[in-house]
Design a protein around this ligand. Sequence first.
Ligand code: PGA
Length: 239
Amino acid sequence: MRVVENAEELGRIGADLVTEVVGARPAASIVAATGRTPMGLYAELAARRRSGVLDTTAISTVQLDEYLGLERDDRRSLFGWMRRSFLEPLGVSDGRVIRLPLGGDLEEACAAFDRGLEARGPFDLAILGLGRNGHLGFNEPPSHPESSTRMVELSPSTIEANARYWGNGADVPTTAVTLGMRHLLSARAIVLLVSGTSKRTIVHRALEGPVGPGVPASFLQDAANDVTVIVDRAAWADR
Ligand code: PGA
């Protein structure tokens, strides 16, 4: 775990890690969370790309989660947010993006999606944020470590937290699709970014508390692969 001074340093240290992964594996598959926490990291990656330090021409990107029931161009689309903050600044074209299924027989579509993921093998890197309720993606509590890509009901805590993105709670869709825990936990490298006082209680529970479905991020304590947690002082200070 790395404790850093502030959100700016969090972005820089996170970007160092991503740069290292992409340097070693230029065609890395990367899960890129939305949410406020990784935005500094993405801006730093874009700056490194512009200055020629980082070559993202061969990476592919995997969508972590998405609300259900929105039109494609809805301002609240998490794919739209990912496009603005990650795909466009890093020059990742549509053909190199793996998008979650959102329609049709969703259960069957998610099962087919997971079969496709399994055929590809584990992700090279998952860049994740931490929900105030301990979720990863929209794997709301309780979520089991073997859980698949699926439709979920968002918890009141997540709806309240997401209200700050879109206006108020009534603007937040109540259902979503999320990559399953098993795909996240099997990524070759995982970087969890945690910033700000609102995450103080949950980050301690996730990293130091008992491991279990009530705090999905606690399963990172048992993840077999390379997990780096980067926490700023505002989040890590004594509760
Ligand atoms: P945040 O969201 O980065 O906006 O705090 C994190 C999350 O809910 O996973």
